[in-house]
Design a protein around this ligand. Structure first.
Ligand code: NAD
Length: 316
């Protein structure tokens, strides 16, 4: 596709702004927005200056005729909008978790295969330079076989007990599905496919029906094991990935450097990395695939496996 790419946005809340920022860096044309709340859609339309607002995703797709849509609604609404877009030949960048449950994610994967257009789950952490360096170091074999993968993403997410994130029928799950979905994806991306999982969870909020603190443990087919911790209620934020292999260790604390050391080293080697949330890189990669420049590095199947691994611990 050599002409200007036409973009539609479904769901105009917080994360839609990050998608918009990424598309703006690519010089696309915004052709339409929609949101269940007219006020939310009008607000984003105002920020973008005169982008038409449509009543729903049917109208957006049929009238605005976008080439791509970003699905930025809560999980319960991902499947219907994404399947409709795919059936109409529209490429989809779908926020994580890819769907409300694993069955819905599998239906999405099938719809994308039938439609022969791109469906990418928005696992932006894959595009963060520090994580790409971790992956490169692990793949090089320098730290030996991975033994332990340890990750925490947590922070004070204020007011969560009143938001859709803690209402299971909208979110599909709590912090494990919301936040650790990134962690599971990173584990699969850096270490390898998962063969088993277990979790412990707790609910601090008394009026909600999902976990707001959780620890997920996974085992890879290659024998590496990992823990992923997340919480909506942690009073102090933390984000890191620490990987220990048979010959060394790499640590990324979501800053401007990756630390690396081998068994024989007396100290860390510091490797500077660009600070980025992965937002711009994610959209750049997605649009590159839409233009036929490269295959997706993050596929619908990655979205399915992520859902299968996390929702399996809810079923026990
Ligand atoms: N990748 C990340 O780092 C990241 C960060 C935050 C949120 N997210 C994900 O992005 C998605 C949206 O989260 P958010 O933080 O933007 O939430 P939000 O509540 O800020 O925005 C969601 C918007 O979707 C609208 N909406 C709800 N149901 C709809 C429907 N059926 N049709 C159209 N619009 C509908 C709401 O009115 C709201 O404006 C979720 O899947 C969430 O997990 C990803």
């Amino acid at each position: 596709m050599s002409r200007t790419i036409r973009v539609g946005i479904v769901g105009c809340g917080g994360i839609a702004r990050a998608h918009v920022m990424g598309y703006q860096a690519e010089k696309v044309q915004f052709v339409g927005l929609t949101d269940a709340s007219r006020e939310a859609a009008d607000k984003l339309a105002g920020e973008l200056k005169h982008v038409p607002v449509y009543a729903d995703y049917h109208e957006l797709i049929n009238k605005a005729k976008p080439d791509v849509v970003s699905i930025c609604t809560p999980p319960v609404a991902h499947e219907a909008a994404a399947v409709y877009a795919l059936k109409h030949g529209v490429h989809v960048l779908c926020e994580k978790p890819m769907a409300f449950d694993a069955a819905a994610a599998r239906r999405l994967e099938v719809a994308a295969k039938k439609a022969a257009v791109q469906l990418m789950p928005a696992f932006r952490h894959r595009f963060i330079p520090g994580n790409l360096l971790l992956r490169k170091i692990v793949a090089s074999g320098k730290i030996g076989d991975v033994v332990l993968f340890n990750n925490i993403f947590c922070g004070p997410a204020f007011g969560m007990e009143h938001k859709w994130f803690t209402k299971k029928k909208i979110s599909g799950g709590g912090c494990l599905l919301d936040t650790s979905s990134h962690s599971v994806d990173l584990f699969r991306f850096i270490v390898g496919e998962v063969s088993g999982q277990k979790a412990v969870m707790h609910r601090h909020f008394k009026t909600t029906d999902v976990e707001d603190a959780g620890i997920l443990s996974v085992k890879a087919k290659n024998g590496a094991i990992g823990t992923m911790q997340s919480s909506f209620v942690a009073g102090v934020g933390m984000a890191f990935i620490d990987i220990i292999g048979t010959k060394g260790r790499v640590l990324f604390e979501y800053g401007d450097r990756v630390l690396f050391r081998l068994t024989k080293d007396k100290d860390w080697t510091v490797k500077p990395v660009k600070v980025s949330g992965g937002w711009l890189e994610q959209i750049h990669h997605f649009l590159g695939a839409v233009k036929g420049q490269h295959p997706l590095s993050c596929t619908a199947h990655d979205g399915v496996r992520d859902m299968e691994i996390i929702t399996a611990v809810y079923e026990k």
